[in-house]
Ligand binder design. Structure first.
Ligand code: NAI
Length: 414
């Protein structure tokens, strides 16, 4: 990609954006409405999201609504430089993201995004909000609200709220039904496997796949592994979810045990140290480890590096560590495998996630919200689902008057 001229990069990024846009009918409808109504005129939006084509469609939707937008990445390995270059040709949009940037460059770009003096933020993992609360407190009085895209970000923000440390309103976009039921489940379910398969070029059928965590992402990853012909093993710490996994047809056991039999491990817990020293010792030679949770702390790479007698890149995005004579392969340095070793979720699911973002930002602009974590209003969720169904040519039934009364009235029924 770096061998291309700037113009070629812009063209390549533009093609990617247009391709994604063709499959995002809900966001396109919102964009058409935004173009007419300009609900975001006068607002400045700072964003830290994975900078790839679907995100670019969201960014351009917000700009079409009248906003000035500055964006950077939320992960050093998920930026697509051609998409970033294309975004920088759009009016009222500045993109500071760069693929494989250093830690310093990463946080420097976050500062640059905040230099626009935003009144609205959009995060995937709460990086902007943390920076604002820790180092850029001068920005707080002007901020009317922010949106958070992912489970881990919301956990962190709810933690801040509990400690009385959250000094702005945040919409929990992840928790909208039209987000987590589709993005986390079907999005991660498909794109994690896309990332793993294109990176390894190996067969999933016949392998034992260990999925760490049976939340929304985990059940998507397990479901698709099953469909690809793998034997699926789930590890959990929540008894209800463990039971669900078992009744969905998977084997459930502690990671200590699963470590011995897994060929391929995918962590999706949003927690740390899911695969660590004891597990590495027990793994078979050739085991492949990938993470689809938000941060790169699910696979304990520091320990793995210490244990390894050698470490080398054996294929793009695959590092082989030799531990006790056995080979352990880690994909994309333990970062979100679907984004760092793939193109992220399919456009059709991001259509719904980002429709919630766009309508969430409009909601923040039109309503005065108190400090704290807020739910996305039910009407937004239903509207997004309704538009999506319409785009798919699906019509559903509506309640009759008699049915509504029957459902509402406790005296009816025999
Ligand atoms: P969730 O809360 O629905 O599921 C997490 C599951 O992991 C829970 O069932 C929990 O009991 C389990 N868990 C926690 N600690 C564990 C441990 N030590 N061992 C085994 N299981 C454990 O969360 P969700 O929505 O599935 O998200 C998971 C992670 O994936 C988060 O970090 C989220 O931000 C991220 N995410 C990643 C996406 C991607 O594109 N790869 C998309 C959406 C979310």
């Amino acid at each position: 990609m770096t061998d291309l001229s700037l113009k070629e990069m812009q063209e390549s990024g533009r093609l990617k954006i247009e391709w994604a846009r063709n499959y995002m009918p809900v966001l396109n409808q919102i964009r058409a409405d935004f173009e007419k109504e300009k609900p975001l005129a006068g607002h400045k939006i700072a964003m830290a999201l994975h900078v790839e084509a679907k995100t670019a469609v969201l960014v351009e939707t917000l700009a079409a609504g009248g906003a000035i937008v500055a964006i950077t990445g939320c992960n050093p390995l998920s930026t697509q430089d051609d998409v970033a270059a294309a975004l920088n040709t759009s009016e009222n949009i500045t993109c500071f993201a760069k693929y494989d940037c250093t830690n310093e460059e990463y946080y420097d770009a976050i500062d640059k995004v905040l230099d626009i003096d935003p009144d609205i933020t959009i995060d995937d993992g709460a990086d902007l909000i943390f920076k604002i609360h820790k180092e850029r407190r001068d920005l707080i009085p002007k901020i009317i609200g922010g949106c958070e895209e992912t489970t881990t970000g919301i956990h962190r923000l709810v933690g801040m709220e509990k400690d009385g440390a959250l000094e702005m309103a945040v919409l929990a976009v992840n928790d909208a039904k039209t987000k987590f039921l589709f993005d986390n489940r079907y999005g991660t379910g498909q794109s994690a496997w896309d990332g793993i398969m294109r990176t390894t070029n190996l067969l999933v059928a016949g392998k034992t796949v260990v999925v760490g965590g049976y939340g929304w992402c985990g059940r998507g990853v397990a479901m698709r592994a099953d469909g690809l012909g793998a034997e699926v093993v789930v590890t959990e710490i929540d008894p209800v979810r463990a039971l669900e996994a078992r009744m969905d047809g998977y084997r459930v056991m502690p990671m200590e045990q699963a470590a011995e039999i897994g060929d391929l491990f995918v962590t999706t817990t949003g927690n740390r140290d899911i695969l660590t020293e004891n597990h590495f010792k027990k793994m078979k030679s050739g085991a492949i480890l990938a993470n689809a949770g938000h941060f790169n702390v699910e696979i304990d790479l520091e320990v793995l590096k210490k244990m390894a007698t050698s470490e080398k890149t054996v294929r793009k995005n695959i590092k082989e560590y030799v531990v006790g004579g056995k080979k352990i392969n880690v994909l994309a340095d333990g970062r979100l495998v679907n984004l760092a070793a793939g193109d992220g979720h399919p456009a059709e699911v991001m259509d719904m996630s980002f429709a919630n973002q766009a309508l969430g930002v409009k909601y923040i602009a039109e309503n005065k919200l108190s400090n704290g974590v807020h739910k996305v209003p039910e009407e937004i969720d239903s509207y997004v689902a309704m538009l999506k169904l319409k785009s798919m040519g699906i019509v559903i039934d509506t309640l009759t008057e008699k049915q509504r009364n029957y459902m509402d009235d406790w005296e009816e029924g025999t």
